[in-house]
Each structure stands twice: as structure tokens, then as C-alpha cells.
Design a protein around this ligand. Sequence first.
Ligand SMILES: *Cc1c(COP(=O)(O)O)cnc(C)c1O
Length: 393
Amino acid sequence: MNSKHRPDTQIVHTGSRPEEQQGVMNPPVYRASTVTFPTVNAMNEAEANRFDTVFYGLYGTPTTFAYEEAIAELEGGYRSVTVASGLAAIAVALMAYLKAGDHLLMVDSAYGPTRKFCDNILNRCGIETTYYDPLVGGAIGDIIRPETKVIFTESPGSLTFEVQDLPAISEAACNQDIKVMLDNTWSAGFYLKPFEVGVDISIQATTKYLAGHADVMLGHITAKSEEDWLTVKTAAGLMGHGGEPDNCYLGLRGMRTLSVRLERHQENAMKLANWLAARPEVDTILHPAFSQCPGHEIWQRDFTGASGLFSIILRNYSRERVNAMLDGMDLFALGYSWGGFESLIIPFDPRGSRSATKWNAAGPALRLHAGQEDPDDLIADLERGFDRLNDKV
Ligand SMILES: *Cc1c(COP(=O)(O)O)cnc(C)c1O
């Protein structure tokens, strides 16, 4: 693909080679474990090139290669590696670079299971994790140690929405043999181009916006350089991680409509957030496009848009009242994950999963995913929810 094309054009055409597939537009699903060869020589040659040719199912088939090519182009990186989930992508990326005695700087607002991976698996491998304030910016230089090998970022944090100063962080890390990794799931690689802000390794839960239909588990890791891609791909292979072809097919299919879906998610989320901001029940809007959101100016500088996921902090309501609100929702479903066509809402309390920063919110917090329903119906659903919150029904 011609990377001079604009993003909307890129995502429609990338990874597609109809001329190699009898004219069929979408790369078909090649399922494989065994791949056979006509001669021993051909077999040896394929093994030597196992990351680039079809050698064994785990290392890739034409379907997974097509998906990886498209993702790398979307994110503007050298090449991608696909694995079975977003969490697997995070684990593989960290394991690819860290060994006993190394030190990891992990953002305090990280996705919960990322934190659990550090505390339960990396910890057991003799890798020490220090959690840092998501708003640290260039002052991260003060906590870098000689043993620090990875700085992991997630921007914005997917519960509390602090936007991180990635150029300042990567500036502090440069020339020090430290990899800067980003969990880029919120922007879908569409509203933030990770390698333009100094990131070395970009990770996404394809599960969310890329797949987009609440029915796929998939993750990917995109590397900025050939060397980094080889490091990640080798680690994934050694640990038995590979992308599943049916899901890669769905991920690539989802990418074709990513731009129009995100536009609707963005528009609906802005309508909901604006409506919520004017409500007496709401104390704070944690949406990067709102000036109350920590790091809002950085979002304005580095991102070209916002997706549909944001949080609100309520005034000081009891858990019973919040539960009464959430139990009766009509359109907003209660459920984890996000990025699908449907609206979701969850209560959360970050107090148990923070160590570098304190969470001093006025009241309980809710995370909303604005789906693609009519925003007026979503607002009416929230309005009835607030009646239950206020014990008015
Ligand atoms: C969901 C999520 C993940 C993990 O993705 P799975 O595919 O569910 O394993 C990682 N990071 C963020 C920010 C997420 O929201």
C-alpha cells in the first residue's frame, strides 16, 4: 500500500491483495497447523524464514500476515505481531524485553490486568515494577534507574483518562536503552499515531474498536523498527503465541469501517458528556476533550480525535443508589470490555489499584462506552437512571 494515502483511504485498502486471491476482496481465512513441503530443502528454507512465509500455523498464515500488515500501516510502524488477546499482547511485549534484575516503570493508571501481570508474573521472575504518576511527563527521568529497561504507558488511562505526555517521556528515555511501550487501545491507532510521539512499541486490544462488534478476542503489538519487531515476534513464537486466523479475518474486516464507526462513537460520547456535564448529579467529566480531564491540553496537542469511552464522577451517592441506577438501565448494558456497537456502563473504584497516586474523587465513578444508538435514546436512559439514583421512582 501507498502510505502517502490519508488514513481513511489506508484503512479501506491496506492488507488487501485481490489479485492474489482470485479477485476476492477480503483475504480468506487460512486455517492451519500443519503446512507441508515438497522437499527437505524447501522445508528447511521455510523454517529459516518462518516469520515471513507460511511454515507452521502458529507463526502465521496469509490471513494473519494480511492483518498484521494492515495494523502496521494503520499505526505507522515497521511491522506487527498478532496474538490471542490484548492482555497477551501486553504480556508478550513485556516478556520480550525484560529479564531477572531488570526494572519496569509502569503507569499507575494502567488497565487492571496489566497491573496484575506485573505484580504476579513479572514479580515472580525477579523483575521489579515501580508505578509512576500518569502526569509525570519529563520528570520520569528522575525515577529512571540504570536497570530500567521499559517504560510502559497507557494514554489515556482506560478508567481514569489521564492523558500522558508521551513525547516528554520518550525524550527522557532516549539514548538509554529503554523501550517506551504504549497501550494505544483507546485511540484505536486512528486518533493517535504512536510512532510520531516517540513510542517504540504500540499495543492494542484489537478486541475493542478494531474488531468493533463485541465478539472477537485479539491483540497486536506493532514495532517501530525491524529489530524491535524481530525481538517481539521471536518472543511470541517462543512462548507459543500467535494470532488466530478467523479472528484476524474479523479484525481486518472491522478495520474497513473503523473510521465511520469511531466518528459515531466520538459524536455520541461528546453529546452524552456535554449533557452529563450540565447535570447536578455529576461532579466531574473525565473525557480527554474536556478541560477538567487531566492532560486535556496534551490530548489537544497529540490526538486527532476522541473515541467513545469516558468516565464520570458522581456527587457523593451511596452504593445502593448507584446500584439502583445501574440495575435498571434499558440501553446501557453492564459489562466489561468496550469498542463494540453497543453502549456500556460500569461502576469502578480505583482506590484498590493505585500506589503512586491517590484517588480523591468526590463520589462514586462510572465508566461509559457510547455505542452507536441514537444519542437521544441514550440520554433518556441516563435521565431515568438519575431518577433512580435520586430515589425518585
Ligand atoms: C481490554 C483492554 C485490554 C485487554 O484486551 P483483551 O483483548 O480483553 O485481553 C488491554 N488494554 C486496555 C486499555 C483494554 O481496555
